[in-house]
Ligand binder design. Sequence first.
Ligand code: NAP
Length: 256
Amino acid sequence: MRILILGGTTEASALAKLIAKDKRFEPTLSLAGRTASPAASPIPCRIGGFGGWEGLAAWLKTEGIGALVDATHPFAARISANAVKAAAAAGVELVSLTRPPWTPESGDRLIFAPSPEAAAQALGAVPRTVFLATGRLELPAFAAAPQHSYIARVIDHPGDAPLPPRIAFIYDRGPFDTAAELGLFAERQVEIVVSKNSGGAATYGKIEAARRLGLPVVMIERPEKPAGRIVASAAEAMLWLESQLRLHGSLSPRGV
Ligand code: NAP
């Protein structure tokens, strides 16, 4: 069965690894093309947008896709809306691999913000050293709070986007563990952290490190993200794909 995985996340990479070993599936991983050198993929990969939900629906039909997996990031809402519409239009089953959000734990000093702009406001008037773990596309929002000194961890440089005047970059790609984050925050004298509520283990180290150091975290809340049937792990997505295989087999006139 031909499978399309909409990726760009740790979970999509985990699923790609699992499905690569299973010869019953013919998978393709799709990336938006946001990062200059994406991590190597164990399955065939295509890069770039489809041209809206109509383009995605046409691609699903042309390529004879039997099932669609939306394993995109919790903050990538547009592609997920497209996935729901395209799957319905093309008559393809859709599963959404979505990590649960992080929830507050004892000792956390979380300040919730509905958007990057609100997060910039939540940093307050007093100048502070801010660790930005939002990704490069959200950095322009912090130009509105130029009194702070920022340390932004990104995969690629944000190019000529407007930025706050005092910003240093750390170029790195997760996962990041708690011990490393503790060391980084101490070394850079970080006073406050800004994070998206991405969920998952790969980038939770910064939240745990902030808790241990008593640092506040401005947590950007998730957008509404349309979904198909929701699963929470790559292993669960594999089980769902196997169920689709059985369904297709029983629907096929030859029973294969
Ligand atoms: P988005 O706003 O939901 O999508 C914008 C457009 O990018 C989509 O309409 C689609 O273009 C294209 N696109 C997005 N994901 C794609 C994919 N996997 N394959 C092919 N085209 C895709 O997405 P975003 O927030 O910019 O995120 C882009 C990618 O980065 C996603 O793959 C996501 O998983 C990953 N990512 C995002 C974040 C984040 O915080 N947003 C963090 C980590 C990773 P067309 O309409 O032309 O098809």
